[in-house]
Design a protein around this ligand. Structure first.
Ligand code: C2E
Ligand code: MG
Ligand code: MG
Length: 689
């Protein structure tokens, strides 16, 4: 009785308790009869009141299931509970409208062993959303291509993603808990501190590029954004860093930069970078009142090597040249390549022009050492033009222009030399252009013609030959020396037509003299290396002989040592063809060019012509004497005829005769003469004058 009254008393309390819970509650018996429920349960679904009056859980369930995503599963699980009466079971189910409920069912045994089922339902939609948001966020972070690193305010790494593992090379387990300084090179520490102060004040950084360390302290270029991390109360508790690997972009940027400023063949600064350096150098020189020098270096006859041995060899030679030039000047000087075989050396600070001359001499000496490129031993010289700031120009372009003009002047003077700028040089370069222009029309205007200089056998005084030398009667300018127009003709390719025309004319003249029996000797014709390089050179010569009717053994071709210097095989082949027809070959200006003499054995050479620079100093100069004696002795031992050029005095002739030099040529006998003068000279000589 007491119990009943106690129960009666406690009912309102229980009722109040049931209504106060956060769950919707329903109590049924084992068959599903509804014993009690709270208002929240009714509201949660919501369940119409007429359904509740039926007071059967099954009827209610049928209604409720209709609102769910998977009604069958829901009903099945509840059937199972009624069937098995498991003491406790949980489930989560979703509504079509997106709500999510968690269900719990507990079997409770009341006094008197009656079992009831207590069903509680809780709306967990919000919690679920939060969880899935976090999961989504984690998935996004994880799948991001950017490295994400989160650290606390002490700089300890608290989390990072897969991309960070890849970028920095540490596994999460290795790095989490370590200081972020592991990833920062020492020179980045100041920046890091500055950024952390910014973060602490709640600001974020914009993208910036910096360097970080990969595992093993390998520097990597990264682009970074750093933002503060806040807790739920809005307090800043750390920073998150998004980093992107920009090494490749940096590399291609650097590559582009490089290509824009450096010559890809030699790696030297190009014209653009040179212009930059010149601007800075001129500014400095003007501020601190010192001088600068610009050396315009052009390789002599480089085209010849390129044309005969191919570009690959040419390129290798240019690289070797670049290397030598760079190692000759100071690090603060700039060696740049303008293109082709043109280089500029900028001497950043000099005191006098003599300093520049010293460098030019050093460069010339270094460049003229033999080069071994593959199987070829090559020789090169350079012509150098020098302009000085502020003496020969106050700005970059006039310094360049004037160095260029000086270089041309150096070439015009016979190459392999340096030349300072002087005011009248600008007119020289203009002059060179007009020379080339006039030379183009010279053949058509019949301004080119040969003169002849006799060649004498020393022992007998007999005229054994004549050298045909080219002359140009330039319109309104008189006779132009071959020394000044042959280089221009070679550079412009005009030498091919000039040379062929000249060869035919000389051959024709010789045949006529032979026919008229005025002269029986050989006719010597100078051949430029550019002509000799042509594939059809031997055809050109043979055709000239056939067309003019001169017999081949009366023709001697004079080539300089530069011809035998490169392209040995093709040269040898051409020489063999010429020799097989009886044509003779002489090495002109012997002693001034190639240092190796082995080619003398290799090629079919008939005669050596000792350069006039040795003869000039005879008979006083002992060095000249020694050299000439050696050449003559060597020629004799190789079965070659030796001729001395530029013989001007009896004393020279006597000396040469004494040492058994076979032949000579020079003003002592006659200057080069027009054909009719040559004929008259021959006659007078025969008649004893
Ligand atoms: P080279 O073939 O060595 O010719 C000899 C040069 O010495 C000639 O100068 C000649 O006039 C000069 N000479 C001769 N005897 C004496 C002397 O006793 N004293 C002095 N001081 N000089 C003497 P030239 O005619 O002015 O020719 C200069 C160079 O031009 C030639 O040197 C040759 O390399 C080149 N050359 C001339 N004609 C031709 C040509 O038809 N074709 C080619 N490719 N080059 C030519
Ligand atoms: Mg000659
Ligand atoms: Mg000569």
């Amino acid at each position: 009785m007491k119990k009943e009254s106690e129960l009666n008393n406690s009912l309102p309390v229980l009722k109040a308790a049931i209504e106060a819970t956060v769950d919707g509650l329903l109590v049924t018996d084992k068959q599903g009869k509804v014993l009690c429920y709270n208002q929240l349960y009714v509201d949660m679904w919501p369940i119409p009141s007429e359904l509740l009056t039926h007071a059967s859980h099954h009827a209610i369930l049928g209604y409720c299931a209709g609102q769910l995503r998977d009604p069958e599963r829901f009903l099945r699980s509840i059937e199972e509970i009624y069937a098995m009466l498991a003491p406790e079971s949980f489930d989560v189910f979703e509504f079509r409208d997106g709500r999510v409920f968690e269900r719990c069912a507990k079997v409770k045994t009341l006094e008197g062993s009656t079992a009831v089922l207590v069903w509680s339902f809780r709306d967990i939609t919000e919690r679920r959303q939060g969880e899935s948001y976090k999961a989504q966020l984690a998935a996004i972070v994880e799948s991001s291509n950017d490295a994400i690193v989160v650290k606390d305010l002490n700089g300890i790494i608290t989390s990072w993603n897969g991309a960070a593992e890849e970028l920095f090379g540490y596994r999460s387990s290795e790095i989490i808990g370590s200081s972020v300084l592991t990833l920062i090179p020492p020179d980045g520490l100041e920046e890091e501190n500055r950024i952390m102060n910014l973060i602490k004040s709640g600001k974020r950084t914009n993208h910036f590029e910096t360097v970080r360390w990969k595992k093993g302290k390998k520097p990597i270029d990264v682009s970074v954004t750093i933002s503060p991390v806040k807790d739920s109360a809005g307090n800043i508790i750390g920073a998150s860093k998004i980093a992107r690997d920009i090494t490749q972009r940096k590399e291609s940027q650097e590559r582009i930069e490089y290509l824009a400023h450096y010559d890809s063949l030699t790696g030297l600064p190009n014209r653009a970078l040179l212009a930059d350096r010149m601007r800075i150098a001129i500014e400095n020189a003007s501020r601190y009142s010192f001088r600068l020098a610009l050396l315009f270096v052009d390789l002599d006859r480089f085209k010849l090597i390129n044309d005969s041995l191919g570009h690959e060899i040419g390129d290798k030679l240019l690289k070797a040249v670049a290397g030598r030039m760079q190692s000759t000047v100071r690090q603060t000087d700039t060696v740049s390549r303008l293109g082709g075989d043109e280089f500029i050396v900028l001497l950043g600070q000099i005191h006098t022009a003599t300093d520049a001359a010293g460098v030019a001499e050093k460069l010339a000496a270094v460049l003229s050492q033999p080069y071994q490129i593959e199987q070829h031993k090559l020789l090169l010289t350079a012509s150098i033009g020098i302009s000085i700031y502020p003496d020969s120009g106050k700005d970059a372009s006039s310094l360049m222009r004037n160095a260029d003009a000086s270089m041309y002047s150096a070439k015009g003077q016979g190459r392999n030399r340096y030349q300072f700028y002087s005011e009248d040089l600008t007119s020289t370069s203009v002059e060179r252009l007009s020379l080339e222009h006039d030379l183009r029309g010279a053949l058509a205007r019949d301004e080119i013609f040969p003169v002849y200089q006799p060649q004498i056998e020393l022992a007998t005084g007999r005229v054994v030959g004549a050298e045909a030398l080219m002359r140009w009667e330039r319109l309104g300018q008189g006779l132009v020396s071959p020394a000044s127009f042959i280089p221009v003709a070679e550079d412009s390719g005009l030498i091919l037509s000039l040379g062929e025309h000249f060869l035919r004319e000389a051959c024709l003249q010789a045949r006529q003299w032979h026919e008229q029996q005025q002269f029986e000797g050989t006719i010597a014709v100078n051949v430029s290396a550019v002509q000799f390089r042509q594939n059809d050179f031997t055809d050109v010569v043979l055709r000239a002989l056939a067309d003019t009717g001169l017999s081949p053994e009366c023709l001697e071709l004079e080539v300089t040592e530069s011809v035998v210097m490169h392209g040995v095989e093709s040269v040898a082949q051409k020489m063999r063809i010429l020799e097989s027809h009886g044509i003779k070959l002489a090495i002109d200006d012997f002693g001034t060019g190639y240092s190796s003499l082995s080619y003398l054995r290799q090629f079919a050479i008939d005669r050596l012509k000792i350069d006039q620079c040795f003869v000039r100093d005879l008979p006083e100069n002992t060095d000249a004497k020694a050299i000439i004696c050696a050449i003559v002795a060597m020629g004799l031992s190789l079965g070659l005829r030796v001729m001395a050029e530029g013989v001007e005095t009896e004393a020279q002739a006597r000396f040469l005769q004494d040492i058994n030099c076979a032949e000579s040529q020079g003003y002592l006998y006659a200057k080069p003469m027009m054909p009719n003068d040559f004929e008259a000279w021959l006659k007078s000589r025969k008649s004893g004058f």
